[in-house]
Design a protein. Structure first.
Length: 110
């Protein structure tokens, strides 16, 4: 994959597009740039989980998990589904999974 090359003669529209993409990427990285949110994404990579399951997996209180889920949901990284009294979350698309795979390769794989 080739990264873009900045040149002196880039069109204004190309620069504006790059700035919009940089903003989107920055917001995405800020959303995952918290260890609690990153751990939630690690668990959701393997499939949909209920809030209760995430609390147990993370050994965290409901309020803390809900706060991190709210941020991930606000950024559009996860999608909720209600079933009775339970709420289940899943990844919205493959972006998070792709990033988590890179993070795993760089920091976790031995």
């Amino acid at each position: 994959m080739a990264l873009p090359v900045f040149t002196e003669n880039m069109s204004e529209s190309d620069m504006e597009k790059m700035e919009r993409n940089a903003t989107r990427a920055s917001n995405f990285l800020k959303a995952i740039g918290h260890e609690g949110r990153m751990m939630i994404l690690c668990h959701l990579v393997t499939g949909e989980k209920s809030v209760t399951e995430l609390e147990d997996l993370l050994s965290a209180r409901q309020a803390a998990v809900s706060q991190q889920l709210s941020r991930l949901r606000l950024e559009g990284l996860i999608t909720p589904r209600r079933e009775g009294k339970s709420i289940y979350y899943r990844l919205t698309d493959d972006r998070s999974k792709q990033i988590m795979e890179v993070v795993y390769d760089l920091f976790c794989k031995d």
